[in-house]
Design a protein around this ligand. Structure first.
Ligand code: NAD
Length: 360
């Protein structure tokens, strides 16, 4: 069935415009092949938006994102804006758009492709067991947003405090995302918390079990304390399918899970809300050290385009098509500098995008 979809593009800073151009190249090609009609509209975010308007997230950008079916973002930030007041730094644009779109679920797959097993940071016998998991992290609650929070004087000492807080509805909705995600994968969810010491985590565990028992008995549910989960991730990541966790634990575990694959330039992510457009972006930053040199790896962005199709536009076949084209490009030996190995063909950002497009 032919579908018309509107995609809002946020190129941002540094390598952002280069990698997003390749993501769009591949999206256009996939749409054409499948007979869909995608329209693209660009908007400003991050440092580029500060330079043009004074704000890292202009109101016009928010409006364009809300009017779209999906938002495709590259990266924001760079040394040029590091000296600014934290309230108007480029990263504020990112936090702001997540909030505006009500994106409470962050999905980060960590997948080690056999073609890139050499980059994996784990011992070969551990890497050989494979790594194909997804971290489902709650994004809008927890200790990052809990009140009260402050640094103040107590008994003559400077004292800082934050509040770790979740209500049952916040836990329920992220648990559902994890169980639904597992249904499309290997049907296993591991919920990660610290219920041996934290009340917030005790409630987390109770509610996750309630949601599971009520609606997802077909999914295998297990529980781990976060310290053990961090250890298991490096000891034997092959045991995980979907990891469900809160904001702060997810922040740390999703970085750990992705870095062990060894290829920052390969990893996509999705952030979803209850309704409205989702936001799709590579997990890496704006890589100012290689910006404008056609050296960046666009594959994380291209794989984010696949997530956009699968989760944002409900086009799983088209998403599969892109993922297969990426695998084929790697099998055929093309590599950007960050994943280069002896005997392979070194290509730039643009050529990598073209090679994937060819293989669609
Ligand atoms: P970074 O991810 O931008 O770069 C880390 C290292 O990885 C650099 O050496 C970079 O060259 C390399 N790298 C990253 N992406 C690559 C790619 N696609 N291809 C090849 N190499 C790649 O992280 P950083 O250096 O800590 O941060 C740079 C800027 O990005 C900062 O301003 C930071 O705030 C921002 N940042 C933004 C996001 C985001 O937009 N989501 C995330 C992280 C950092």
């Amino acid at each position: 069935m032919t579908m018309e979809k509107k995609i809002c593009l946020l190129p941002g800073d540094g390598i952002g415009p280069e990698i997003l151009a390749e993501g769009v190249r591949v999206l256009r090609a996939a749409a054409e092949k499948a007979g869909h009609s995608f329209s693209f509209e660009e908007a400003l975010i991050g440092g580029a938006a500060i330079d043009a308007t004074g704000s890292p997230l202009p109101a016009e950008t928010v409006a364009k994102c809300k009017a779209s079916d999906a938002v495709f973002l590259a990266a924001v930030g760079g040394p040029k804006w590091d000296g600014l007041d934290p309230k108007i730094r480029p990263e504020r644009g990112l936090l702001g758009i997540r909030k505006e779109l009500g994106l409470f679920a962050n999905l980060r797959p960590a997948l080690m492709l056999p073609e890139l097993a050499g980059a994996c940071l784990l011992r070969p016998e551990v890497a050989a067991k494979g790594l194909d998991l997804i971290v489902v992290r709650e994004l809008t609650g927890d200790i990052y947003f809990g009140e009260p929070r402050a640094i103040e004087m107590r008994n003559g000492l400077r004292t800082g405090y934050n509040t770790m807080i979740y209500n049952e509805e916040e836990i329920r909705r992220i648990a559902r995302v994890a169980f639904e995600t597992a249904r499309q994968r290997r049907k296993r969810v591991c919920s990660v918390e610290k219920s041996n010491v934290l009340e917030t985590s005790r409630l987390w565990k109770q509610v996750v079990i309630e949601v599971h028992d009520a609606d997802y008995a077909d999914i295998e549910l297990s529980h781990l304390y976060v310290d053990n989960a961090a250890m298991q991730l490096v000891r034997d990541p092959s045991q995980f399918d979907v990891i469900l966790t809160g904001n702060i634990f997810g922040d740390i575990l999703s970085d750990e899970a992705s870095v062990i694959t060894g290829s920052l330039g390969m990893l996509p992510s999705a952030s979803m809300g209850a309704d409205g457009p989702g936001l799709f972006e590579p997990i890496h930053g704006s890589a100012p050290d290689i910006a404008g040199q056609d050296k960046a790896n666009p594959l994380a962005t291209i794989l984010s385009a696949a997530m956009l199709l699968r989760l944002g536009l409900h086009m799983p076949d088209e998403a599969d098509m892109i993922e297969k084209a990426v695998r084929k490009t790697l099998q055929d030996g093309y590599r950007t500098g960050d994943i280069m190995e002896p005997g392979k063909t070194l290509v730039g950002c643009r050529e990598m995008g073209c090679r994937v497009e060819e293989r669609l």
